[in-house]
Design a binder for this molecule. Sequence first.
Ligand code: FMN
Length: 274
Amino acid sequence: MALNKVKLRRNFLKLLGLGTIILGGILSFFAKDILSTKPSLPTTTQPKTYMLPMPKFSSNMMLEKALACRRSIRDYLDVPIPLDALSMILWAAQGVTEFNYGFRTCPSAGGTYPLEVYAVVGKECVMIEDGKFLPEGSYKYNCKTHSITMVKDQDLREPLSKASLGQYWVRDARINIVVCAVYERTTGRYGDRGYKYVYMEDGHVGQNIYLMAAALRLGTVAIGAFYDDEVKNVIGAQDNEHPLYVMPIGVPRHFYEINEADISKYYTRIRGQQ
Ligand SMILES: Cc1cc2nc3c(=O)[nH]c(=O)nc-3n(C[C@H](O)[C@H](O)[C@H](O)COP(=O)(O)O)c2cc1C
């Protein structure tokens, strides 16, 4: 009887030990992700969906300065941009800023939100950390989770440039943001007037991207000259998503910069001529 009890206790202890080892293994497998403190490393929740770094209010450029330095820039250096910059550009385009109705950085007629945003990322163009890059491809932005999901897995800058009448700044950029309209979301409520609203909203997105790029000392240009169907095809947009703007983003060879004093001098001179 006493021997059985000893055996039973030994078996129980063995089982407990085995359980601890298995549990430890499982925990240490997941701990890498749970304990990771690297802010810019994307975590994959499902195949090819990347959670972007959280938006940070950390640019040191005032709005007035960003307005003054906003310029269409088409000449970019061959250097990658950080994932944090892509995160901020997408957030500026359509990020959520209100949590009851999900209102965003851009106004939208009746909150119908007709725009979808794609990021066309070149090979070794968006740096996650030293020597590690976001895979090249076309990604669709999910503003609700601030994440991107891969739609195509190639470097599409060359075909996108061709679809944009050969504008080579599309090819030279590190990424291209493509803003697409799903018209029926807005025309469904406002009829034909909805088209006008959609174009207005695209303008808001474009300006937000310009200003965010300036604040990050990046360069961009709003492109409207392209073959709609070709762009749609290249980025892998859905049938009802119609491209409105292509906006290349890169590190400018020359960042356009003027200050308060330059602007005052200009107006003083012009007023003197009246
Ligand atoms: C609706 C629209 C379409 C445009 N299309 C193009 C384009 O296809 N290619 C391009 O290089 N620039 C394009 N631009 C940029 C303009 O050329 C640029 O805004 C203009 O020269 C003024 O320069 P700034 O933006 O530096 O003030 C476009 C701008 C707008 C608003």
